[in-house]
Design a protein around this ligand. Structure first.
Ligand code: NIG
Ligand code: FE
Length: 419
């Protein structure tokens, strides 16, 4: 039994296990001032005022049960942070692109010239599983030190069956060996590989016919994602890919309206995507359609920051009733960071989300964006005990004392894994 004792605030973010929070609900954190949390066998068994927590431990902690006390005076406890959009598994890095971009080349210029995602694809194809495990494992360690207890990870740097499978196997191995849980997404439609440059349609067919069925049958992914963007995959191709994924049991996600307005938000609503991500250029009609269909907007303020672009209109989405989640988009080109807390700072300062909305976006709404809202994302009795203690007197302080790591302790499935 673990007793987290007398936190200045326990930020429960409770009451939304069945559906993500939207509109004004995103402001409701259900905070317990002077609170305690009790954990047994990896599960939260009590959350409430410290006095009551103490009584619970006295009553249930006997019979030789060892009680570990984690003093939390002056700290806050939140649900473990969840990152619902990463490209975790790849080889190498692309720091040389920064100078090109500073000289005026755009992200898409670099991709169209055979760099960008295609550069990382060459490096990833060359790497064996051991190297990928080592590189991705380091990234996962860094996520953990920043309070992240579950992430989603996409393939998409293989762009041919054997290398896509290799990436997904690495993600699965990390899921079973690393304290951070990894939820996998197949993203063979991340770019058109060089060998299909003159026949992108043939590559789309290969994704649909050769890759999706094998990935699904091997149980290597839960979701299917596509980079729906001008010059990458059209709306029509994206629709076919997502439908093919769905037929094989892979739930749709989509990189939508990242670089130009392209109808990605509308497509997300049409296919009933679990989430539409990026959305920097989502149309008003697209946002309304997402709200009607219950598509979660996964916003990536670090990508806008790193590409020196105007961020997504989070306020319009929240006003329209779209549930919003946040993510790093961790990848080697548009967002090389594992700091979800810095994304939280950016969400406040560049998208005017409130500190309360931001916490909702990185916990329960992020959990729903990866189909885990019933198990994680809030501090409630019966949920998996994934928790973070921050060295902060209250939750607002997290967004105020910015760009430093305030994580004090991370608890995963009831076990302290970082302190
Ligand atoms: O989400 N936009 C496409 N994919 C990633 C970037 C991947 C890369 O540049 O390696 C993104 O921004
Ligand atoms: Fe991405």
């Amino acid at each position: 039994m673990i007793h987290i004792r007398n936190a200045s605030q326990v930020v429960t973010v409770s009451g939304a296990s069945a559906a993500p929070k939207r509109g004004k609900e995103m402001e409701q954190l259900d905070i317990i001032e002077g609170g305690g949390v009790v954990i047994e066998e990896g599960v939260i068994v009590f959350v409430g005022e410290e006095e009551e927590a103490g009584k619970y431990v006295e009553l249930h902690g006997g019979n030789g049960k060892e009680v570990t006390v984690i003093p939390a005076e002056g700290k806050i406890v939140t649900p473990g942070l969840i990152d619902p959009h990463t490209h975790l598994v790849f080889a190498g890095s692309r720091e040389f692109e920064l100078n090109l971009r500073l000289q005026g080349a755009s992200y898409m210029d670099i991709l169209n010239a055979g760099g960008g995602i295609l550069h990382s694809t060459l490096q990833t194809r060359e790497a064996d599983e051991e190297q990928l495990l080592m590189e991705a494992g380091k990234r996962l360690d860094r996520f953990l030190t920043h309070g992240v207890t579950t992430i989603e990870a996409k393939s998409g740097y293989g762009l041919r069956l054997e290398d896509e499978l290799k990436q997904l196997r690495v993600a699965r191995t990390l899921d079973s060996t690393h304290p951070v849980d990894v939820v996998s997404t197949f993203m063979g439609a991340h770019a058109v590989p060089a060998e299909y440059k003159h026949d992108p349609e043939a590559y789309v067919r290969s994704v649909i016919e050769d890759m999706i069925p094998v990935v699904a049958q091997a149980g290597l992914a839960e979701f299917c994602d596509v980079f729906c963007e001008e010059g990458v995959f059209t709306v029509e191709q994206s629709r076919r890919i997502l439908q093919a994924g769905r037929e094989q049991g892979l739930k749709p996600k989509i990189h939508a309206d990242e670089i130009v307005p392209f109808g990605g938000a509308e497509l997300a609503a049409e296919v009933g995507a679990v989430s539409a991500d990026h959305l920097l250029h989502a149309s008003e009609a697209g946002i309304r359609a997402m709200a009607r269909s219950g598509v979660i907007a996964v916003l990536l303020p670090g990508t806008a920051f790193f590409l020196m672009a105007k961020p997504a209109d989070a306020r319009a989405m929240i006003a329209a009733g779209v549930p919003v989640a946040l993510s790093t988009d961790r990848n080697p080109g548009s967002s090389p960071t594992e700091s979800l807390p810095f994304m939280m700072n950016l969400a406040c300062l560049t998208m005017r989300m409130t500190p309360a909305e931001v916490l909702t976006a990185c916990t329960i709404n992020a959990a729903h964006a990866i189909g885990r809202g019933d198990r994680i994302g809030s501090i409630e009795v019966g949920k998996q005990a994934d928790l973070v203690l921050f060295d902060a007197p209250n939750y607002m302080y997290l967004q105020y004392h910015y760009a430093v790591n305030l994580v004090d302790t991370v608890i995963k499935k009831g076990r302290p894994v970082y302190e």
